[in-house]
Every structure is written in structure tokens, then in C-alpha cells.
Design a binder for this molecule. Structure first.
Ligand code: SF4
Length: 461
């Protein structure tokens, strides 16, 4: 493919946004592997031809068409889409029709760079004459990832509900993997089992997603969990618990984080990563919080029209949040009767933690809100160590590190910053090994159930 230097600024609005996905191929880049596969299956159940793209195969292309100053997830996803389209073009020849594809790249309204990925990727796609017609389908946190306009109006709410549920189930499967693998009877059993289970759940979501038959989906999940329990060797003693926070893409993308969870496990850890649903709940909670603030201001200024608008938003976002939390609770309640998996933190509680400790503020925004408060919660719950996983130079995660490192020192809880780009740091493994040595010491001193703030049992244990 030959690139030309072309910047058509109108294309940034014309070809980036929400598009009707019927009769298109919807290309989803990988993040959490299980998560994106279940979301794609849910979209397929609604008649959308959703496809998960291979990841990191086109990393060289990603690096070639970025300057090196972009965040690592931007490089990876740029490479993923260029590689996919290149291969598709080779495969289809003259039948290749760029207008048939919509590449999924959501955004946030800032303050960091995530709002710019899809604009930058638009400029790159536009620089290839043959790729100009590939659209970028973008959902935004500004309206809590509304799906309006991509499918028939009557189906929008159902699709949103089913897609959210698929994310919760994917989180549970991930947590099942991290729960079983450190205690498996034979190496490799858990990986095989989870890979199989992911495909089973894909079929289940394709069949039941469109009718939102969540009970049937949970029935299947129960079967999977019961099978997974048979892999655990009860003779292996409990291990130190390590909590992961950080930037959502890199901490959930196994290739991007160089499989850090497996490396931690190799040095004796049981790991719990922050979930993807937590981010979904956070974006809904934050829109609700902003609407409440807006309502209070308009009340002070006695602006009735604005008050009415904000009131509508409050009702809508609060309704969404309650629904999400209810679904998530139901799912965890059912599976926790079978196996002890950690539940998610409630976002309102995380907001309160930050206020109580005066560490940071939801008004600033970004994932730092979740990471800082999440670490405080891990500490309260008696985790034996915390790792902050993020792309090199990531703004919210650097803020997290600056605030949390002194706090962890004071609490004598092992803490590790793990920034990633496409390079391999020679000292990384030694840093993880040292961190795990400290975590083992913490485990010997404190066990697993009493946190430094002495608040009692760890979730899910
Ligand atoms: S969260 Fe970090 S990695 Fe993601 S866009 Fe913002 S600065 Fe970049």
C-alpha cells in the first residue's frame, strides 16, 4: 500500500462517527480477548457482521505510520486495521470494496489523548487512496457510549443491554482463568479450557443475545464454572494476591502487556485485574454525576429549560447505571455460589473513597479515578501487592503512580509500576521477581484476609 500526504479535515467529521452497521463488516480491534469476542458475538446476534481483527501482526505498519509519540494502544490498533485491510485487499483483489467496512474506535472527551486516536487514524486511512471509504465507527463516553443510529431504533436499547452483559460475562471468564491457573493440576489445562469456553460462550451469545435470554447464558456459564473447578488441584496452598490497575487497553491486552499476569503467576502470584465492566459503569456514573452538577447550577441560575434537560439526563443515566449494576450483581451472585471470584468495586464507592482520603477527584476524570481508588480498596481488602500496568507516558497512569507510590510505601504494601511500549525492557523480569519476593513477605506477615486498614476479608476469598 502506498501512502500520500493528504489531510482532508472534513473527513474527520464525515467519516468518523456513528454509522448504520447493517450490511457492513464491523471490524473490532482486540483488547481483552474474551471481551471483544463476546461483544462481537452479541453484535452478530443482532444481524451485524462483526469481526474481531488479529492483533499485533501489523505492529510494524503501526510503527511505520505513527511518529512514536502516540500512546502504544494507538500504534497497535493502527497496525491492526492497516494489516487487516492489506490482507483483505490481497484476498479479495478487485472485489475489495472499502465502503463495506466500519472500523470500531471509540473515544473519550479527554483530557488525555484517547479522543484523538480515531482522528489520527482517519488521517492515516485517508492517506491511502484505496482506503478513504473505510469508515471509523466511534462511540463516545460523552453520551455514555450510546448506540443510537447504528441499528434499527427499536433494537438499540436491547443491543446495549446484551453487549454490556457480554462484557460482564467476559470479565467473569477472565477472573475464572486467573483463579484457576495458579492452582491447575497440569500446566496448560486452564488455557485450553478457557479458550474452549470462550468459543462456547460466543455461540451462546450469538443464539441468546438478541432475545436477552440472560438466564440461559448464565446456565451455560454455571456449567463452565463447574467444569473449571475440576482443574484445580486442592493440594496447592493459597498464594499471595496481587491486584492490577492501570490503563484499560494495555492491562487487558495480553500481547501489549507482554503477558504480565502469566509472569506474575510464574513467580507465585494469584492475580486479579480490574475489570472492563468497571470502566463501562464509570462512564455511565460520570455522565450521571455531571448531569447532577449541571442541574444544580441551572437551579441556582433559575434556568428552567436547562433544568429540564439536565433532569432528563439524570433520569436516563441513573436508569442505565442501576440496570448495569443490577445485571452485574445478578451474574456475580450466581457464579459466586459456585466459586469465589472477586466482585467489582461499585463506582460510587470509589468516588467516596477518593473524597474520604482526599487523594484525587472525579472532576479531573480519566482512569486515574478508578486506579487510585481501586488501589486503596485493594489495600483495605488485604491484597499482598499492587501493579499499575500502562502504556509508556500514559497521563492518567503516571498521575496514579505519583499519588499511590508514597501511599503504598507508607502502608508497606509492595507496589510496581509496569509501563509498556513495543520494546522489551531487559530489567523487567528482575523487577517483577523482586516485587513478588516482597509480596511473598507481605503474605507471610499478613496472610490474605486482613488489610493494613484492618477492614476484614478480601473480596472473593
Ligand atoms: S489513557 Fe493513557 S494511553 Fe490511553 S489515551 Fe490517555 S494517555 Fe494515552
Amino acid at each position: 500500500m502506498e501512502s500520500e500526504r493528504v489531510v482532508d479535515f472534513q473527513s474527520l467529521t464525515r467519516n468518523v462517527g456513528r454509522f448504520d452497521l447493517r450490511n457492513k463488516t464491523f471490524l473490532i480491534p482486540q483488547m481483552s480477548r474474551i471481551g471483544v469476542h463476546l461483544v462481537a458475538a452479541t453484535f452478530r446476534s443482532f444481524g451485524i457482521n462483526a469481526k474481531v481483527m488479529d492483533t499485533c501482526r501489523g505492529l510494524d505498519l503501526g510503527k511505520e505510520y505513527t511518529s512514536g509519540k502516540e500512546c502504544y494502544p494507538c500504534q497497535i490498533t493502527t497496525g491492526d486495521i492497516l494489516y487487516f485491510l492489506k490482507k483483505e485487499k490481497e484476498k479479495l483483489g478487485k472485489d475489495f470494496s472499502p465502503g463495506n467496512y466500519v472500523f470500531f474506535m471509540p473515544e473519550t472527551g479527554g483530557p488525555c489523548r484517547f479522543g484523538m486516536y480515531n482522528k489520527y487514524q482517519r488521517i492515516i486511512l485517508d492517506s491511502f487512496p484505496e482506503l478513504k471509504d473505510v469508515k471509523i465507527g466511534s462511540l463516545t463516553t460523552r453520551d455514555g457510549y450510546s448506540l443510537a443510529g447504528i441499528i434499527e431504533k427499536e433494537q438499540v436499547r436491547d443491543l446495549r443491554k446484551a453487549a454490556y452483559f457480554s462484557i460482564v460475562i467476559a470479565d467473569i471468564l477472565d477472573r475464572l482463568l486467573w483463579k484457576i491457573r495458579p492452582y491447575e493440576k497440569e500446566p496448560g489445562m486452564t488455557d485450553d479450557f478457557i479458550e474452549r469456553s470462550m468459543h462456547v460462550m460466543e455461540d451462546v451469545f450469538e443464539t441468546y443475545g438478541t432475545n436477552k435470554d440472560f438466564d440461559k447464558i448464565l446456565d451455560k456459564l454455571e456449567e463452565i464454572i463447574n467444569e473449571g473447578k475440576t482443574i484445580i488441584d486442592p493440594g496447592i496452598p493459597p498464594k499471595p494476591i496481587i491486584g492490577i490497575v492501570g490503563e484499560i487497553y494495555v492491562r487487558t491486552h495480553v500481547q501489549a502487556n507482554q503477558d504480565i499476569i502469566r509472569v506474575l503467576e510464574r513467580y507465585g502470584a494469584e492475580v486479579i485485574n480490574a475489570s472492563v465492566a468497571e470502566w463501562m459503569n464509570y462512564t455511565t456514573y460520570d455522565r450521571f454525576r455531571e448531569a447532577r452538577i449541571g442541574f444544580r447550577f441551572s437551579l441556582k441560575q433559575i434556568r428552567l429549560g436547562l433544568m429540564r434537560e439536565y433532569l432528563k439526563k439524570i433520569i436516563s443515566f441513573k436508569g442505565d447505571l442501576l440496570y448495569q449494576e443490577l445485571r452485574q450483581k445478578q451474574a456475580y451472585k450466581r457464579i459466586r455460589s459456585l466459586i469465589d471470584l472477586a466482585e467489582d468495586h461499585k463506582v460510587a464507592d470509589l468516588d467516596n473513597v477518593l473524597k474520604e482520603k482526599d487523594l484525587f477527584c472525579f472532576d479531573v476524570g480519566t482512569e486515574a479515578c478508578l486506579s487510585i481508588a481501586g488501589i486503596v480498596e485493594y489495600a483495605r481488602e488485604g491484597y499482598n501487592g499492587v501493579v499499575n500496568v500502562y502504556p509508556f507516558t500514559c497521563m492518567p497512569s503516571t498521575i496514579t503512580s505519583a499519588i499511590v507510590k508514597p501511599l503504598m510505601n507508607k502502608l508497606r504494601i509492595p507496589y510496581l509500576d509496569a509501563p509498556y511500549d513495543s520494546g522489551f525492557q531487559p530489567g523487567r523480569e528482575a523487577a517483577i521477581r523482586t516485587f513478588m519476593y516482597q509480596a511473598h513477605q507481605h503474605f507471610k506477615r499478613n496472610g490474605i484476609s486482613t488489610g493494613p486498614w484492618g477492614s476484614g476479608a478480601r473480596r472473593g476469598c
